[in-house]
Design a binder for this molecule. Sequence first.
Ligand code: ASP
Length: 269
Amino acid sequence: MEAGGNALDAVEQGVRVTESDKTNLSVGLGGFPDRDGNTTLDACIMNHKNQCGSVGFLQYIENPISVARKVMEDTPHVMLVGDGALEFALSKGFTKSDFKSDEAQKAWKEWLKTSEYKPIINRENHDTIGMIALDAEGNLSGACTTSGLSFKMRGRLGDSPIIGAGLFVDNEVGAACATGLGEAVIRIAGSSIVVELMRHGYTPQEACKEAVERLIKKHDNQVENLQVGFIALNKNGEWGSYSVYSGFNVAHRDLENEKLVDSEFNRPW
Ligand code: ASP
């Protein structure tokens, strides 16, 4: 963006780095598989004009975020999933990759020994990458991409490909993105709530905190092992983050600074 690029290109290129990192176990093709051993990817992207695109349950494609952008730009739709998303990606020139991470496959085989199905978000919070940006034109965009919960049920989608849950951008107000247990984020329409709170005067920090507190309340305080974190950015470039548990961190970059920040949280892990 310093070189004049826009926020949309920046967030797409930014999360592609993590998607293409084959050692990352929770984003991209290197991610943990579902309980049948297949890695399925979810991603969405949104720009300053409320245009958005999403892919879910997508296999074999290294950069789902770029397929999501194509859905946004080249179709009249917002979401494509499964084989339809794959066919669309191939028709747009994306190549099929059979890459499987040895480490993720090994962990899956270990998991198979008990096959205990208990969706848990662990305290290593690198489960999804969400990136939101404000460019020199004053325009906001966001991107979100994940391999989802490890050893999830086949076909399970979390919040990350869902506009309003995993990601929301309103260029009049701000942008927000979520990570953590997708089911919990969907139940409160997480990212859209954060943006809506900012519309009503909350700072990004206050909005993330209020959304987390609401999420905890809506789960009757039963949030054992339920980690969720939000990041938010408003039109003035102010930003914030908040999570249920400690251990969630956020990378922040502006013209002067680049830093990794431990997020504020509701309770220690
Ligand atoms: N939000 C993702 C999902 O539920 C996973 C995560 O961020 O940990 O699929």
